[in-house]
Design a protein around this ligand. Sequence first.
Ligand SMILES: Nc1ncnc2c1ncn2[C@@H]1O[C@H](COP(=O)(O)OP(=O)(O)OP(=O)(O)O)[C@@H](O)[C@H]1O
Ligand SMILES: [Mg+2]
Length: 257
Amino acid sequence: MIDLALKNVSKRFGGLLAVDKLDVEVPKGKILSLIGPNGAGKTTVFNMITGVYPPSEGTISYQGKKLNNLRSNRIIRHGIARTFQNIRLFKSMTVLENVQVGMHCRTKSGAFRALLNTPFAIREEKEIIEKSMETLEFLGLADHHNEYASNLAYGDQRRLEIARAVATRPEMLLLDEPAAGMNPSETAELMDLILKLRDTGLTIFLVEHDMRLVMGISEMVVVLDHGHKIAQGEPKEIQQNEKVIEAYLGTKVKAKA
Ligand SMILES: Nc1ncnc2c1ncn2[C@@H]1O[C@H](COP(=O)(O)OP(=O)(O)OP(=O)(O)O)[C@@H](O)[C@H]1O
Ligand SMILES: [Mg+2]
């Protein structure tokens, strides 16, 4: 079954065609990765899916419902959560508070009733704390719940970003370069974590430059170059695809040498 479908989706920024007639289907409960050189349009794809801006053309649908022109908070309510390429934590809040903030997008009380401290709002707050702690436990961060986010090791900060997204109990998770800046052991842990999240039934849409991570866990890989889809397939096929080697994988090998 297809969870998320992009059909003929383009994004224009003035004279620049950042995404060009893109078709992508993300199957439910699978890990699909979107890869390609810097500036290929990967983050732009995530921004269109999550309502940061609408596509210039085409349709984005999730579980059969059209998402175009919905605001970000409505899209979260449909069950899609994301992390950002640049860490966006509240550094002067604790780990637990960072997750709680992420969950408020789903509460019914809203800020006004929460301020009035109605019994309903108090009960809801208690539930949020319980669910946030459960999420932190799942991500191996429970022991740090009282620490300031700024005091966490880099890899843990990235995991906290994921915790904040997961705490909203999404069905689909978009991860934008979750391994950026991680050392090899943090990346290996991240790999296990993403697989564990997938095993809970989450659909994962991953943007990442770390090819060991991408090729190690993805069921399907889509390759973008200058906004065009140049290939799609299983990791094995993608690694041998001449167009992909020329546009992206070859340059990565050279950069490492
Ligand atoms: N809001 C914007 N306004 C104008 N141009 C933009 C905007 N967002 C992205 N772009 C341009 O669109 C192109 C695609 O950018 P995007 O951030 O999607 O690339 P990316 O594949 O995520 O790259 P990276 O791997 O470096 O993160 C780039 O040329 C970028 O400069
Ligand atoms: Mg990007």
